[in-house]
Design a protein around this ligand. Sequence first.
Ligand SMILES: *Cc1c(COP(=O)(O)O)cnc(C)c1O
Length: 368
Amino acid sequence: MTAEVKVPFVDLTRQFRGLEKELMQAFVDVGRSGAYILGPPVEAFETALARYCGVRHAITVANGSDALFLVLKAIGVGPGDEVITAANSFIASAWVAVAAGARPVLVDVNEDLNIDPGAVAAAITPRTRAIIPVHLAGRIAAMREINDIAEKADVAVVEDAAQAIGARYHDRPAGSLGLAAGFSLHPLKNLGIYGDGGFITTDDDALAGKLRLLRNHGLRTRDDCQLWGYNSRLDSLQAAFGLIKLPKLDAWNVRCRAIADMYRSGLKNHVCVPEDKPWELNVYHNFVITTPRRDDLMTYLKDAGIGSAIHYPVPIHIQAAAHNLGYEKGRFPVVERLAQTMMSLPIYPELEQNEIDLVIQKIKAFFG
Ligand SMILES: *Cc1c(COP(=O)(O)O)cnc(C)c1O
């Protein structure tokens, strides 16, 4: 018998219902405009995203994976090159290197779930071309340390900011901390649309120009193809939806941070909870706790109608797809331990107070 769901891990329909009127109007407006690909809403959305992220350029693309992949292509990463990223991430963080023909070099993380700068430094070789620090769960990676390492080694830093729009680090926004950054607009991300989408941020004018070509078949105009590119564009309709949601993002992030505060103070005596360092503003794409009794706690919560999830249960180096990279089990002890002990609690702006209270109350009851 499955328990009635009282607190879903995620429920995207709540936010949709609140925005339905505005979204319907956008659909009508774009429909009547007749410009469905790279239309005026795309340009307006890019301008708004660049301002939000504190950079000169935002280039929208078809998804967050393409955002990172196109940056690697634009800077010339290819066969024989190595790209360093974290072993605990969504699979796309490593895939982008594979897609570019390069080798993903995985490294361990710290207790804060983010890439360990010491491990990055140790993984640098003459073949290293780029580092992709992932801002996991809405917390920005140790960018000062990583940028120092990258500068010494003369390699590019490309932020995987898919989970971190609106997060800040020493008061600078995600997306403004490396050569370029890739963001995802997937419905499950903090700024989600109603299908796939993504964007790249950069301050580099030449790189931005090249990315605009790469995402649209290398076309400078309809009949002038400058280079072999890709079809990776954001629809006008999705850009129009994004334009409605972006102005609300800060308030949603504030709400998620408030929920995180409640979880933190309610649960800190029972499980390890994420703490914010003074220079961080975390946006809690996920609220990740750790406990040695993780599996039993997840089952207990499920029976109580509370959803939870693991990000990520199988580290990238242990995935079947990564077999050819030759990593052994046990290679990245922190990632592998976290895979056994971490779990994510429901966290989204529409979560009700009684739901938050119930999650805290049930976890306390589990630990007696
Ligand atoms: C979601 C995500 C991506 C990929 O974004 P898509 O839009 O799904 O392609 C890349 N990296 C991380 C860390 C992600 O969470």
